[in-house]
Design a protein around this ligand. Sequence first.
Ligand code: ZN
Length: 140
Amino acid sequence: MKEFKLGKIYQGQLKKGSDIAQGLTKFLKDNKIKAGIIKGIGAVESAKLGYFNQQTKEYEERYFNENMEIVSLTGNISLKNDEPFPHLHAVFSKKDFSLVGGHLLSDTLVYAFEFEIVTFEGQAHIREFDQVIGLFIWND
Ligand code: ZN
């Protein structure tokens, strides 16, 4: 567990066609943000989601080549390999109003995307690979 003081709060958008995960990572690096939370809504042209299979300890990826609403995108910010890293999950709605969701991966492309980032001041969590879990999780 860590305790932080509230830092800056940003509200911004990513351009049509940009990659959400890459765009947010660049925003964090450009603004030297190491800890905090991310929220976003909007729409995507296409999306790629991951499901972590706890038995095989591997991500199963699914690409959705369809236009969808971003019902909710949420995430946290910490350090991985000494770089700011956004861990992102998202729920999307389809034309028939059904939902899909999971761990957000690169190749999720913006149609319109509005986000808020709340930054934390203090010692950021550091992600390290955990052999038992099979994922890069916080080391404390
Ligand atoms: Zn995840």
